[in-house]
Design a protein around this ligand. Structure first.
Ligand SMILES: [Zn+2]
Length: 164
């Protein structure tokens, strides 16, 4: 995939999802297929495939971006956000079930209780667009039955563990 047909290059040029944050090296957007209310992405402006390929300047801007997007999540009215998202022209004709589902969650409108911060760094890890996008996923009490193990659950059979 080249930069010309890369969706996140299009985003970083300001030609798709509206920015909710920007600094020298990164932009932030709200995911249009949210897993939970406030699900956001932190994306380098440059077409960088892997987090391990960020240059020194990008590395030094990384935590500013993570913290900036978190601050935006925590000051956003999600009802207004998702109502607006449902009306975006470029999303018409595409399934909207993720948005409709989060709008009905019992904890919708609460402040996040925790975060999952992660990056599927490669196809084998489940990514579908080869331009780094760090996921900032707000987590809420009760969003899954048992959150224990968290990101370990990407390999479900080996997620649970007991300390001796
Ligand atoms: Zn790209």
């Amino acid at each position: 995939m080249t930069e010309l047909d890369c969706y996140f290059c299009k985003v970083s040029r300001g030609e798709a999802d509206p920015f909710i944050f920007e600094n020298r090296s990164f932009i932030g957007i709200f995911d249009t297929n949210p897993v939970n209310p406030g699900h956001a992405l932190v994306i380098p402006r440059r077409h960088v495939v892997s987090v391990f390929e960020l240059n020194d300047e990008e590395q030094s801007d990384y935590f500013d971006a993570i913290k900036g997007v978190k601050a935006t999540i925590e000051t956003t009215n999600f009802e207004a956000l998702y109502t607006e998202m449902l009306s975006r022209d470029y999303l018409q004709g595409r399934p909207m079930d993720h948005i409709e589902t989060v709008l009905k969650l019992p904890f919708f409108g609460n402040q996040p209780d925790a975060y999952t911060v992660g990056n599927n760094d490669g196809r084998a890890a489940g990514r579908s667009i080869d331009h780094l996008h760090v996921i900032l996923l707000p987590r809420y009490e009760g969003d899954v039955e048992n959150p224990r193990g968290g990101i370990r659950n990407v390999i479900p059979g080996r997620a649970n563990y007991q300390r001796k």
